[in-house]
Write a protein that binds this ligand. Structure first.
Ligand SMILES: Cc1cc2nc3c(=O)[nH]c(=O)nc-3n(C[C@H](O)[C@H](O)[C@H](O)COP(=O)(O)OP(=O)(O)OC[C@H]3O[C@@H](n4cnc5c(N)ncnc54)[C@H](O)[C@@H]3O)c2cc1C
Length: 391
């Protein structure tokens, strides 16, 4: 299918002259779209970045997004190349040196450390707002990226419109979805004890609670929380007053990180897994959540999206001189390279959730023993850790 079949008229743009054309039109100015625009501009292309003023979901959340992203070393390398990482305020980024995974029994625990993995850090936790703002500033300074509020003629249109991409639907792309029947509640917390750069995660059938260390608002003693639970339980937690919510949180985290205090509003996202097919056609390509959505329990959705950006930018830079940017054969090289890592991540996160969300006592015993067993198998741990830190 060709994008031109959508027969969208070329509109008068607010920041681009009518009929002016660019090499690539990036639709969607989330982190993936922002990074793609910058990466392609670094490769010498003229890019138009089209944001969405009216979106109620991702953009509405981003206005005061309380999330923080756990980024792997590949994502950080891309952001460094784009000169964005270096510009982030030190308080917006916290390195994770250890990760503790707790089962639903106090003695069931698996620990990963950066030194065992032979890496500088297992991950970096970055404030979502700060990252978005840093990318906006970089785009302001990128002379070959122009912002637009309407479509513009381009050899290639990159769809980075997130999980509910309307252009993807208009193209008739099939999306296989699985609804987990869960919501993720995100909020910021402060703690009575230092976080010591340790990320904590509790797999408490059926909930998964993650606390990611942060240095703001309180240096060394703040966390970004993501608490995934069945929708009804999530809605009940959202209606609780701050004090009651903190009591629930203390129970879920077994007091392990000290007393936790809520210091932001709570926001919630419904959780799905999704995979679009195909990822490209003549003149168009999908990236980020528009192509794939995974459960946030492994903190990998944005990492997958940024890996899409890096691979597409490389495929485009290495194309034969005669090949057009929108050539479907060229774009399939990108789709092929991204297929296996994306499928693998979907299977790992989906499988983990299935394993940890079932209330069966036998399964519960098995997974708690499994965590302890894994903790005593350094080579398997190293392998698992490497999958999580590099994807
Ligand atoms: C609670 C939670 C915690 C998470 N934590 C992590 C983590 O720790 N690490 C990690 O790697 N990932 C994490 N993720 C996943 C991560 O948030 C997403 O994978 C990532 O934000 C996807 O980015 P995106 O740019 O593809 O899509 P989005 O962020 O959804 O951006 C899409 C953009 O496109 C715009 N848009 C939509 N339609 C149109 C249109 N028609 N035209 C133009 N623009 C349009 C939207 O307004 C939006 O600005 C988490 C997700 C959740 C819900």
């Amino acid at each position: 299918m060709c994008l031109c079949q959508l027969a969208r008229p070329v509109k008068v743009l607010s920041t681009i002259k009518p009929m002016q054309s660019v090499d690539v039109l990036v639709r969607g100015a989330g982190v993936v779209g922002q990074c793609l625009a910058l990466a392609l501009a670094h490769g010498g292309l003229r890019v138009a970045l089209r944001g969405e003023a009216t979106s109620e979901n991702a953009a509405g959340h981003r206005k005061h997004d309380v999330r923080a992203y756990a980024l792997n070393s590949a994502s950080v390398a891309l952001l460094r190349e784009l000169k964005v990482w270096q510009a982030l305020a030190p308080s917006a980024v916290t390195a994770v040196y250890e990760m503790h995974v707790h089962g639903d029994r106090p003695d069931a625990r698996l620990e990963f450390t950066a030194w065992q993995q032979h890496v500088d850090a297992l991950a970096w936790i970055v404030d979502a707002q700060a990252l978005h703002a840093g990318l906006e500033t970089a785009i302001d300074f990128a002379t070959s990226v122009t912002r637009t509020t309407a479509d513009v003629g381009a050899a290639l249109t990159a769809l980075c419109e997130g999980k509910d991409s309307s252009t993807r639907s208009a193209l008739g792309v099939h999306v296989e979805r699985f609804d987990f029947g869960q919501k993720a509640i995100a909020a910021r917390l402060t703690a009575s004890r230092d976080h010591q750069n340790v990320a904590q995660q509790w797999f408490r059938s059926p909930d998964v609670l993650a606390l990611l260390p942060l240095d703001a608002p309180q240096a060394q003693a703040s966390y970004a929380m993501v608490w995934s639970c069945p929708t009804q339980r999530a809605e009940q937690l959202l209606t609780l007053g701050a004090r009651e919510f903190e009591i629930e949180l203390a129970q879920a985290s077994t007091g392990f990180v000290g007393e936790l205090t809520l210091c932001s509003e709570r926001m919630a996202w419904p959780l799905t897994q999704a995979l679009a097919q195909p990822w490209c056609g003549e003149g168009w390509v999908l990236l980020g959540d528009a192509a794939h959505v995974v459960h946030p329990l492994a903190g990998q959705g944005l990492n997958l999206g940024l890996a899409d950006v890096a691979v597409l930018a490389r495929v485009i830079a290495q194309r034969e001189p005669w090949r057009k940017l929108g050539d479907a054969r060229l774009l399939r090289r990108y789709a092929r390279r991204r297929a296996t890592p994306t499928l693998a991540m979907g299977q790992v996160t989906g499988g983990l959730l299935q394993l940890f969300s079932r209330p069966s006592p036998a399964l519960r015993e098995l997974r708690n023993r499994g965590l302890n067993l894994l903790d005593h198998l350094p080579s398997v741990k190293r392998w698992l850790g490497a999958r999580a830190t590099h994807s």
